[in-house]
Design a protein around this ligand. Sequence first.
Ligand code: UDP
Ligand code: MG
Length: 326
Amino acid sequence: MDYPKTAIRSLKHLSCIVPVYNEAKNLPQFIPQLISECRGFAQKLDIIVIDDGSKDDTVQVLKELQKEYPLTVLVFSRNFGKEAALTAGLSRVDPKSEATLLIDADFQHPLACIASFVEQWQQGYEMVYGVRLHRKDRPLLLRLLSTFFYKLIDRITPIEIPHDAGDFRLLDRDVVQALNQLTERERFMKGLYAWVGFSKTAIEYVPEDRLQGESSWGLKKLIDLAITGITSFSNLPLRMWSVIGAIVSSLSLIYALLIILDTLLNGVDLPGYATITVAITFLGGIQLLSIGILGEYIARIFTEVKQRPAYIISRVLSSKPSKDND
Ligand code: UDP
Ligand code: MG
């Protein structure tokens, strides 16, 4: 896909946040290309790379790159997930930076789009986000589940989360500040971007194939993220049980009256095992399900009250000489 060449004014200060997990093979090409793309319009450029507990040579590669390029590298003590990595990056953005770009390191977010992002931001939008035109890099099952998830979240939450928009975004300084005020530990970034508000616009892009390596988002991680998304932004799953409970108890009251009437008219009747068994198993199932949903929320409350940080940074590697330089 060709992206329009835009005539943009230059930006005084741009920050880029790049979360990486096992990207040793992509980074040697990605960092220079990102820098050369952004240097075209940013007078001052900060690149913050977050190593999310990579098991390959990512940190080594980043150290090599630092010899040539000015990078700030935050090394997590283990894998905390992309949401935590983005959170860490956002908290390190220089408050003077006018805008902040969030971008993946695997070339799936086309660098050629960045200029259009900046142009839209210069036109006054405080958040510019990329929308994937087709999502063929994921198996059909995952795509169906993701469509279902967005439909569900649309219906049960008050916030509007755009479909097929990910973390490829340009955020104004005010948006970064707002996101940094949100202290929750279970972070569903797509929900948080929507929750903070601000004026937004979308730019369509076609995701490229991953240059090297594999996507680290398996079915389990995506389901976890979906549950975090729903439970962080909607109380409906909790409330619906009161309605279901009211319906089921009303029905059983009617049924009880019918039985009393039947007994008065026809005397005691022994048969009825089937009804009892169905009622017990049905209600047992409903109760377990509702307890499970309660459990999801309690687990999240538990995570929040423990007040553990969302991530631990084990080292900060800075290209510029500073006291926390490794
Ligand atoms: N990533 C991360 N932590 C993780 C998984 C992924 O920081 O636990 C990074 C990864 O290195 C990449 C970006 O997040 O820069 C997107 O990940 P990936 O390509 O695996 O996801 P997909 O593009 O399939 O959504
Ligand atoms: Mg990717």
